[in-house]
Design a protein around this ligand. Structure first.
Ligand SMILES: [Zn+2]
Length: 133
């Protein structure tokens, strides 16, 4: 499930703001951008909680948008990953949260979700290969 729309605002091609394609890195006028949201459990937004779990994609054309969307279609959507991202946002912005109760208030998560997110995060750390020389 994903949505897209063509951006038809701003200046005509050749003037004004530019965009960067998330697939091919082409730079093009903002007015030609194809944008949309794709499900991504690793994506949280600084100021818009309602978009948590969705990633904004920008492409230079419909074909590239569709290719990016296909990639996300097969990416697993893991609730614990989304909860962990919400915790990371809460812990890296604003005043420090020192307790599970404070984290729950700031993230809107239940205690069980917070603990599941921490367990998921710690498991991911254990699965990552060590990069020390
Ligand atoms: Zn492109």
């Amino acid at each position: 499930m994903w949505w897209k729309r063509k951006v038809r605002k701003g200046s005509p091609a050749g003037a004004g703001p530019v965009e960067l394609c998330d697939l091919c890195a082409a730079v093009f006028p903002e007015s030609l951008a194809v944008r949309g949201w794709v499900p991504d459990s690793s994506a949280v937004h600084a100021g818009e909680d309602r978009f948590d779990g969705l990633r904004l994609v920008t492409a230079c054309c419909d074909d590239h948008f569709d290719l990016i969307g296909e990639g996300y279609r097969y990416r697993p959507y893991v609730e614990e990953e989304l909860w962990a991202a919400k915790l990371t946002r809460a812990l890296t912005t604003g005043p420090p949260a020192l307790s599970v109760e404070q984290l729950a208030r700031r993230t809107g998560l239940l205690d069980a979700q917070i603990r599941a997110a921490i367990a998921w995060h710690n498991q991911r750390l254990r699965e990552q290969p060590h990069t020390d020389p």
